[in-house]
Design a protein. Structure first.
Length: 90
């Protein structure tokens, strides 16, 4: 229980940031939290990203990133060619 792994650290950070995003302006004893609109949105983004990383969904290997890059490149090439065909047909 005393070991703080990176996975549990991201889980705790995600929960804290999502709590800040949901509660917004509050005063907890001597601590005052007032993130504003942009701060709440940023806290939500950081919280969701931290939780996804803790769950292992954002922990990609180099092979997975390479496969994703090639797939996206092929999709972009197909989209560009279909858009060019559409413009040349009109």
């Amino acid at each position: 229980m005393t070991d703080l792994t990176p996975n549990s650290t991201f889980l705790i950070a995600g929960i804290v940031f999502i709590t800040i995003a949901v509660i917004g302006q509050s005063k907890l004893g001597f601590i005052e939290i007032n993130p504003g609109c942009f701060g709440r949105f940023l806290a939500l983004f950081i919280g969701i990203s931290s939780l996804l990383y803790a769950l292992g969904l954002l922990n990609f290997s180099a092979e997975t990133l390479d496969l994703l890059r090639t797939s996206l490149t092929e999709q972009i090439k197909q989209s560009i060619s279909s858009i060019n065909d559409l413009f040349q047909g009109s």
